[in-house]
Design a protein around this ligand. Structure first.
Ligand code: ADP
Length: 498
């Protein structure tokens, strides 16, 4: 028996062999077409569950249910009542967290150590949104019109929200969409990624248990070009909140044009991570390493362009490669695993093709550089942490998002040059700066065109702090008050009092 058999799918009651149905109007239903698809463990290929496959007919049913709930009982819920539901959901997620994290690991491969460590964040988000439910308000605004005329604003829920999420963190991504919808009084149709639909469906069960009224949360698993596209184009959806690739983001904008629905987009990146020679290199080495290797590089804000001041370039990049070699790659169910598999064969092909492109372009792999073909991991989608040295800005591995554990390490000479080169990308999601010099840190924080700048850390996230992109990394923000605004309309009210 493997020492991680205790986490095998047989220990997850949710994976009971029965068809996983979709949630529409408070009922668990099959697809109107009767179609299904399979969800498999990317580490082993093992079948986890058969899932109802939604398409445009199911999306339409879900939108109808969401609209009915929005116009009906849900609109009568007081902020305090929505808050209580969110708090109850947080308690249920806390109680079932082991199961939810295990489902994330089984369905998308992330190490159990990682999915378990997300507990604080998941609960923090739900309780933050609960707090927000009673903290949102309009304003009274002093106007300058002659006479007695009074003006104020109302903040109103935007309406029916289509939420389309990727597979790289199913639980967190679901909460990031459902939470603000519940806090603001919207209703939602969640379309999980076809690669990892299971945790969102389990979360749907907990949402019903928490007292979310029928139709307020609907979950329609299915594929992007059918269910996803139908949701983005639906004339009765008021807003789409999307997280995924910039190519799909562009399609969503086009699909949204029919009814001019609101759109928020959290897309990809090619984020710069900049290391100065005066940095505390001992913390910068693992910091810069995990800025890319975490979740096998399948994080949109990963710091994949590693700019290192030339004086320390060879030494530093060598140490990051050594750090990468020391990470334990394996099945996500093994508690000692630090780096799990990639999500799919398609993703494996994509990452390995970039490994070949990098070598052809003249980059040198100091660690990793090819998929694992020996031993028990040979049959999974495993790529070890890879550090490419000798990278130039114009190489494809320095320009295009790889979405794998691949660092492109580039030397630089001075601060103005590195700001300009860091910004020479179509993306602008994350960025990192490693230095002990506070003035350099501030200059970089101002100079970099990206939605987040992490100084002497990377990937710090908090429910109260906005996250999102510049340029082709998208628009709109998640977390913080800014995210609430994405789910709210502002209405100006004028009252003549004399
Ligand atoms: P990734 O490369 O991270 O899988 P995608 O943008 O392809 O990114 O997928 C993210 C989400 O978008 C998934 O839920 C997917 O099903 C959905 N999706 C893909 N294509 C479309 C589309 N044309 N319209 C709407 N959603 C889509």
């Amino acid at each position: 028996m493997d020492r991680f058999d205790q986490f095998s799918p047989e220990h997850v009651p949710f994976l009971d062999g029965r068809l996983k149905r979709m949630l529409i109007g408070g009922q668990w239903v099959e697809a109107a077409s009767g179609k299904t698809f399979e969800s498999r463990n990317p580490a082993t290929g093992q079948l986890l569950a058969t899932v109802a496959e939604g398409d445009s007919v199911d999306v339409d049913r879900a939108v109808t249910a969401a609209r009915r709930a929005f116009n009906g009982p849900w609109s009568k819920f007081k902020p305090y009542e929505r808050q209580q539901i969110l708090l109850k959901l947080a308690d249920l997620v806390e109680r079932h967290f082991d199961e939810l994290s295990l489902l994330d690991t089984l369905d998308m491969g992330a190490p159990i150590s990682r999915t378990r460590a997300n507990k604080r964040r998941a609960l923090g988000m739900l309780r933050y949104y609960a707090g927000m439910a009673t903290a949102l308000h309009g304003e009274t605004i002093e106007n300058s019109l002659p006479g007695e005329i009074f003006s104020y604003t109302l903040k109103e829920p935007v309406g029916v929200v289509g939420a389309i999420i990727p597979w790289n963190g199913p639980l967190g991504a679901s909460i990031w969409k459902i939470g603000p919808a519940l806090a603001t009084g919207c209703t939602v149709i969640l379309k999980p990624a076809e690669e990892a639909p299971l945790t969102p469906l389990r979360l749907g069960e907990l949402a019903l248990e928490a007292g979310v009224p029928e139709g307020v949360i609907n979950i329609v698993p299915g594929f992007g070009d059918t269910a996803g596209a139908a949701l983005a184009a639906h004339p009765d959806v008021d807003k789409v909140a999307f997280t995924g690739s910039h190519i799909t983001g562009q399609k969503i904008i086009q699909a949204s044009a029919g009814n001019l629905k609101r759109v928020s987009l959290e897309l990809g990146g090619k984020s710069p991570d900049i290391v100065f020679s005066d940095a505390d290199l001992e913390t910068a080495v693992p910091g810069a390493g995990m800025a890319v290797f975490a979740n096998s590089g399948q994080i949109c804000s990963a710091g994949t362009r590693l700019f290192v001041e030339r004086r320390v370039y060879d030494e530093f990049v060598g140490q990051v490669a050594e750090f990468g070699r020391g990470l334990r790659v394996g099945n996500g169910l093994d508690p000692d695993t630090q780096i799990g598999p990639l999500i799919s064969e398609q993703q494996l092909d994509r990452v390995t093709s970039y490994l070949s492109i990098g070598k052809q372009e003249g980059a040198r792999a100091l660690s990793g550089g090819s998929r694992i073909t020996d031993g028990p991991l040979a049959s999974g989608y495993f790529v070890p942490p890879t550090v490419f040295a000798n990278v130039r800005d114009d190489m494809r591995i320095a320009q295009e998002e790889i979405f794998g554990p691949v660092i492109s390490a580039i030397p630089f000479e001075d601060i103005d040059e590195v700001i300009q080169r860091a910004n020479a990308t179509t993306f602008g999601l994350g960025s990192g700066v490693w230095t002990k010099d506070v003035s350099k840190a501030h200059r970089l924080a101002k100079g970099i065109r990206a939605g987040s700048v992490w100084v002497n850390c990377y990937q710090a996230m908090d429910p109260a702090v906005p996250f999102g992109g510049y340029k082709m990394s998208g628009y709109g923000r998640e977390s913080g008050l800014q995210q609430m605004e994405e789910y709210l309309n502002v209405k100006a009210v004028w009252i003549k009092t004399a």
